[in-house]
Ligand binder design. Sequence first.
Ligand SMILES: [Zn+2]
Length: 463
Amino acid sequence: MEVQLFGAAREVTGSCYSITTDAGEKILVDCGLFQGGKDVERKNYEDFGFKPSEYSALILTHAHLDHCGRIPKLVRQGFRGKIYATNATKDLASIILMDSVKIAEQDTKNENKRRAREGLPARKPIYNENDVKNTLRLFKLVRYDEDIHISKDITARFYDAGHIIGASSIQITINEGKNSKILAFSGDIGQADAVIVKNTEPIKKADYVFVESTYGDRLHPPMGDRKKEFLRIIKDTYNRGGKLMIPSFAVERAQELLYCIGQFEQQGLLPQKKVYLDSPMAIRATEVFTRYQEYYNKKIEQILKKRKDPFSFPGLINTLTVEESKEINYVTEPCIIIAGNGMCTGGRIKHHIRNHIEDSRNTLLLVGYQARGTLGYWIQKGEKRIRLLGTEVEVNAEIEFIPGFSAHADYRGLIQWLKNFSPKPKTIFIVHGEEKQSLEFEKKLQKTGMKSYIPSAGESINL
Ligand SMILES: [Zn+2]
C-alpha cells in the first residue's frame, strides 16, 4: 500500500492523507484547509495533486477547519464517496464550513481588489454554500469503538481523541491478500483532564502510526492553575469596574470558558454579572455541545444532575445580531465579553478591542495561541499602540495571557498516547506540526526507543 501526504507534513495545517491499497482502492483521511498567512493559504487554491473522483471514501477525524476545510472543494471537483464521521463532527463541520464560505467570500473580495490594482485576473472563492450543502449529503455517521466496513478490504474504527467533542483517532485495517496491515492516525490528541471532553481513548494496535506534533516541544501547566488564574483575572477586572474581553475560538474554547464562569458563579466565587457570548458561530457551536452529552467527561456529567445545561447560567446573554453586539458598548457595569475570533484577526472582537482597549479599567485576556503577525500576537508582545479597523488606538487595558488553555496534548501526552501501542509500531510518522516542533518531538521520541520519521509534503510512503 501507499500513503501519500498532501498536507500537514512539516506544517500544522492542511491535514490530508491518501491511502492507496495494492488493489488500487483509494481513500482519504481528512482534507483540511491550509491556514496561517498568505503564503500558506495560497495552497488552498492549488491543485490537490490527485484526482478527487478516484477516491471512494473520506475518513474525517474532526470538525476543525484544518482537518475538514477543503472537503467542499473536493466535492466540487468530483469526489462522490462517503464521508465517515461522528454525529458531533458532522454538526460542527456544517457550522464551521458555512462560516468558512463567508470568510472565503470576504477574503476573495479583498484579494481581487489587490489583483485588479496589479492587473491580475480576478479569483473565485474555492467553494460556495452549495458545495458545502453537497458535502453534508455525503456524510455517513459512525460511533466510537465499532468496526466500520469501508470496503471489502478496508475496515476503520474510531476512538475518542479527547480533543473537541466528536473528535477521533482512527485505526484502519487494510487486507492485502493473506496479510493485513494496521494504520493509526492520531487526529488531534487532546489534553488529559480537559474541561468538557473525556480523556483520550488509546489505540492499542498498529503497524504504522501517524501522530500529530502541534505541541511536540511543549509542556502545559496543570489545569487547576489555569482555572485559578482565570478566576483571578475576572475578579481583578470586576474590582476595577472594567470589562473583560476574551478573544476565543468558537468551538470548545468558548464552551470551556462558559462552563468555568458558570461554575465560579455557582460556587459563590464570583458575583453574578452579565456575560456576553458575542459570536453567532460560538452560539451555534454551544447548541451542538449541549445536544451531544455522550461526549462529556464524568465531571460534567455530575454537573448535569444539578443543572440541565452546563454552558448556561443566569447572567449569560447570547448576542446573535450586530445591533445586539453594538449595545454592549453602552454597558457601563463590569461584564465579560467572549467574542471571535481567537487571534483578533477578524470578527466582533476587533470592535470590542477598538472600543475598550484605551480604558485602563478593562482587560484583554488571551486564552489561545496567537500566530506570528496577528493582532493578538502584537498585543501579547506588549505593543502600546495598535492599528485596527482603520484607526490607531492606545493599549491602556490590562493584557493577560493564560498559557496551556489548549485542546492539544503536550509532548508528554503525545508520548503517553504512543506508549499504548503494543507491540511497538514499526514506524511512527510525525506529522501535523511546524518543522521545529516535529524535530523536537522526534528527539523526545528517540529516547523511548520508538522508530520515527518526519515525512515531507507530497511524499509517498510504501508500507
Ligand atoms: Zn483540531
